[in-house]
Ligand binder design. Structure first.
Ligand SMILES: NC(=O)c1ccc[n+]([C@@H]2O[C@H](COP(=O)([O-])OP(=O)(O)OC[C@H]3O[C@@H](n4cnc5c(N)ncnc54)[C@H](OP(=O)(O)O)[C@@H]3O)[C@@H](O)[C@H]2O)c1
Length: 251
């Protein structure tokens, strides 16, 4: 259980999920410290009310400064879309260092989102089923996890409100766009080859191929129960999400 009056550190706050976590914490009136590598990319976070600490997961002294005095950490940082010098290989080492520093500083709760384990062994992507969850809903779950004693030292699988395969998603697209949507299957091996070919030239694009390969081969039919049990009881459906996207201005 985290004291909501005490500071929560968000590591990865300039990223998609971390940004949503900061917004969720601030909306709940909770003090937030954001570890950022470049303050010039964090203006919006500062204006929203987050305290900024400049640092890098690979720079131990900056991590010690960041965790000093905080009650909890939400760590969404990763190098799937790497900047110069980032590699996926550093993620686990850097994250281990952050956990150790947090423990040393007496942090009582550390929330770390990850993805499903993968065997990468199939080649029929459209049958794969996912429990689609929006970034905003995932952020709400991470913040709720700060306060849940039942999650002490637990790994939990968090899913959205419905489990769909990619044919189902195409049908939803068809309804939202009000036109037929044709499904084409890309075998997992194509993603694997593209991932290997792109790696030396464009690491971010290579990682996106890796994520596509992951989505093509891994079933992640996680139940929404964890979210509901944490009090996040209004989860966005794929149709609601796509309808909102379709209503956005084209530019
Ligand atoms: N967003 C999604 O749709 C989605 C879907 C499935 C799973 N996930 C999972 O959710 C988690 C968060 O993903 P995301 O989409 O929020 O990632 P993201 O938008 O790519 O953000 C990555 C964040 O990590 C920070 N970072 C990277 N290396 C760092 C380092 N050495 N030190 C400090 N900060 C560092 C980046 O900072 P800079 O801005 O300085 O680079 C950025 O803030 C990941 O585990 C991802 O697998 C996300």
């Amino acid at each position: 259980m985290t004291d909501p009056q005490r500071v929560t550190l968000v590591v990865g706050a300039t990223g998609q999920l971390g940004h949503a976590v900061v917004a969720e914490l601030l909306a709940a009136g909770r003090p937030v410290r954001a570890l950022v590598r470049s303050p010039e990319r964090a203006d919006e976070l500062r204006r929203a009310g987050a305290e900024l600490v400049v640092g890098d997961l690979r720079d131990a002294p900056s991590i010690d400064r960041a965790v000093d005095g905080v009650a909890a950490v939400v760590a969404t940082a990763n190098s799937t879309a790497p900047r110069r010098g980032d590699t996926l290989a550093t993620d686990s080492t850097a994250m281990t260092g952050l956990v150790a520093a947090a423990e040393q500083a007496g942090v009582s709760r550390f929330v770390y989102p990850s993805t499903a384990a993968s065997a990468l062994d199939a080649d029929v992507p459209v049958i794969r089923r996912q429990a689609f969850i929006t970034v905003a809903d995932a952020a709400a779950v991470l913040v709720a996890a700060l306060d849940a004693p039942s999650l002490d030292r637990q790994v939990v699988e968090v899913g959205g409100p419905e489990i769909l395969d990619w044919n189902d998603v195409a049908r939803v697209f068809g309804r939202v766009l009000d036109r037929p949507v044709r499904v084409r299957t890309t075998p997992e091996k194509v993603f694997a080859v593209a991932q290997r070919a792109l790696r030396p030239l464009a690491p971010s694009a290579a990682n996106i191929m890796g994520l596509d390969r992951f989505a093509a081969t891994v079933d992640a039919p996680f139940p929404p129960k964890v979210a509901y049990d944490l009090g996040v009881d209004r989860l966005t459906t794929v149709e609601e999400f796509l309808t909102a996207k379709a209503a956005l201005p084209a530019d």
